[in-house]
Design a protein around this ligand. Structure first.
Ligand code: 13P
Ligand code: SF4
Length: 367
């Protein structure tokens, strides 16, 4: 990889495009909205986590997906692009999924490990009947957690369908165990009339030190895992107050991974896809302060000069792991592919694929 870091942006661009032309429709480059502009420029399709899942699930002609995003997204693409019916339609051919930098993880996803979740489930079983608990994992989680949900009658959600998924879950059980993001779980359940008191936070570390209160778990509707996004937790209610005081009429638009005290006072809350659509559909001259990853907000600013767009926080909130995908990594991955080397392949094992696919398909079937 080192020689690629010394190449100019112009050279990298040309070489990336040369490989794209070489493969044509056999290569699909997907990009999440948080990617840098110069990476987005080389993607075939971009989207939020839900849209990217659908794009991967629908891929028919391609042989390789290069995923410009983070690890859990590439895992999901591998599982969905290689569904048995898709593979059959391609005469038995599987799609290879590559992640340009293996260090592109998600700190929130890392906050819930499969052993911790299994231990929590067993401990919970000492307090309540887990037959009546539906596990729901945010898509920002390892495939092993999605498989856990598949095995235990649960489901996956994204920020764009969390409410519909929770409704699905409450049709099937008395309670929900939601991981890893407490904020998305709490913000969504609050819109359904569930109160904060009915949502205890399960802290896997506190448990080792003495445990959660049994009564709280017994009275719960949603048990929230103690996880969060380090980027979105930086947005504060003071930032909202300052913008409202300095810019009368401004609208606050945030991602539901923001803590409750910000989400509750925002004008609009939604996935990255919804954030983009909201800005696209607004009247020219609308003023926005947006609380989500910096690269997306900057791109919206550049693409919508007819609107007045501000970044909600005075400090830089960017996703350091999304940022790891850059032109040198992309070019290196693509040129290796052209030369017959699959580098940084993401391949989920068969057993995990089988069970996580069940939870993902339940999600895709929820309207
Ligand atoms: P979206 O599904 O809204 O794109 O969110 C993905 C993500 O990681 C937000 O931090
Ligand atoms: Fe994970 Fe937060 Fe980055 Fe999204 S913004 S990928 S939740 S660390």
């Amino acid at each position: 990889l080192a020689p690629y870091k010394t190449l100019s942006e112009e050279v990298l661009r040309e070489r990336i495009e040369a490989v794209r032309n070489h493969f044509g429709e056999e290569l699909l480059i997907l990009g999440h909205h948080y990617q840098q502009d110069d990476v987005i420029e080389h993607t075939d399709l971009r989207g939020d986590s839900y849209q990217l899942s659908e794009m991967a699930a629908g891929s028919s002609k391609c042989r390789t997906i290069v995923f410009c995003g983070v690890h859990f997204m590439a895992e999901t693409a591998d599982i969905l692009a290689n569904r048995p019916d898709r593979v059959e339609a391609r005469d038995g051919r599987k799609v290879d999924v590559l992640l340009p930098d293996m260090a592109a993880g998600c700190s929130m996803a890392d906050m819930a490990g499969i052993r911790q979740v299994e231990a929590a489930w067993a401990d919970m079983g000492e307090i309540i009947d887990t037959e009546q608990v539906i596990p729901v994992t945010y898509i920002n989680s390892a495939a092993s957690l999605k498989a856990f949900c598949g095995r235990h009658g649960g489901i996956v959600c994204t920020s764009s369908n969390a409410r519909a998924v929770l409704e699905w879950a409450f049709e099937r059980g008395q309670r929900v165990f939601f991981f890893p993001d407490q904020h998305l779980g709490r913000n969504t359940a609050l819109t359904m009339g569930i109160t904060e008191e009915q949502m205890p936070v399960w802290d896997p570390y506190a448990l080792e030190m003495g445990g959660n209160e049994d009564a709280q778990i017994e009275n719960s509707r949603v048990i929230l895992w103690k996880g969060h996004c380090s980027v979105h937790q930086m947005f504060r209610p003071e930032h909202v107050a300052k913008f409202r005081a300095d810019h009368p009429g401004i609208k606050i638009l945030v991602h539901p991974e923001c803590p409750r005290d910000v989400n509750d006072i925002a004008d609009v809350s939604g996935s990255t896809g919804k954030i983009i659509k909201t800005v696209q559909e607004a009247e020219p001259g609308t003023k926005w302060a947006i609380g989500t990853e910096l690269h997306l907000v900057n791109r919206l600013k550049a693409e919508h000069p007819e609107q007045e767009i501000h970044f909600l926080s005075p400090v830089v909130c960017m996703c350091a792991t999304m940022y790891r995908i850059d032109l040198p990594h992309l070019c290196w991955t693509l040129e290796n592919l052209r030369d017959g080397n699959l580098v940084n392949q993401i391949s989920v094992d068969e057993e995990t694929t089988k069970w996580s696919l069940i939870a993902l398909e339940r999600m895709l079937a929820v309207k």
